[in-house]
Ligand binder design. Structure first.
Ligand code: F6R
Length: 241
């Protein structure tokens, strides 16, 4: 895994945006795998600005998001579909039909997961996957466990993740306790991966990912087995390395 340690969040976001821009320049009809959460917001802001000044063009790009809460409506401001529309898709020249987020309203989650995985394959697979990392080492919503599900699946969120993410909801009770998420194998099928980490609260997870055993107790540790992964993090997240 390549490791790029940046001065701060801003530099991390700029470095990541340049790599995404290179991907779009090399292959204008590329498939991007995208993440939500607080970490990639700066990356998306940089991409919006790069398109505004004519440095990139999203018109040929297809996207697949890693995950979505379950159950949740796309109109709910905490849904990942809402987040992506607001933070990126409505601000760049992308065809909304080519943006994909698992359907948090489905009444058949297993069928939805199967459909999602198939759509990724039919689009030719993901060229570049963006990831964040949970404080517990999760990627997507692949939570620490005894074993990891390979493909897109429905999963129970851990109490730690419910606690970490409930800050965005009015109350913990309103937060969905399950999610639909790409699996570790779905993520591994991406040709290139960029994982972002910022803030001191991610330092333990970053250290485990890079230097402890490869174990389902730290799902991100499996990324060390992928041939093309770049970690871009700020100094605080790297402070235990
Ligand atoms: C979001 C996702 C999660 C987040 C992780 C970090 O789509 O898949 O794995 O990347 O929980 O979240 P933040 O960036 O909010 O710290």
């Amino acid at each position: 895994m390549r490791v790029i340690i940046c001065e701060d969040y801003n530099e991390m976001s700029v470095r990541a945006a340049k790599l995404v821009a290179c991907q779009i320049a090399i292959k204008p009809n590329c498939v991007l795998g995208l993440a939500t959460g607080s970490t990639p917001i700066g990356l998306y802001e940089n991409l919006i600005e790069m398109e505004r000044v004519g440095e990139i063009d999203f018109s040929g790009v297809t996207t697949f998001n890693l995950d979505e809460y379950y159950p949740i409506s796309p109109e709910n401001e905490q849904s990942y579909r809402y987040f992506m529309n607001k933070r990126l898709f409505s601000k760049v020249n992308i065809d909304i039909e080519r943006t994909h987020v698992p359907n948090g309203m489905t009444d058949d989650p297993e069928a939805e997961c199967e459909r999602y995985e198939k759509m990724i394959d039919e689009a030719g697979g993901i060229d570049l996957q963006i990831l964040g990392i949970g404080q517990n080492g999760h990627i997507g919503f692949n939570e620490p466990d005894k074993e990891l599900a390979p493909y897109t699946h429905i999963t129970d969120l851990t109490p730690e993740t419910i606690f970490a993410n409930s800050r965005y909801f009015e109350s913990e009770a309103e937060m969905p306790k399950q999610a639909l998420t790409m699996g570790v194998e779905s993520i591994f099928k991406a040709r290139k991966i960029i994982i972002l980490a910022s803030e001191g609260r991610k330092a333990e997870a970053v250290k485990s990912m890079l230097s402890d055993k490869i174990t389902p107790k730290c799902p991100a540790s499996f990324l060390r087995l992928h041939p093309d992964v770049t970690l871009i993090c700020d100094k605080q997240a790297a402070r235990l390395l």
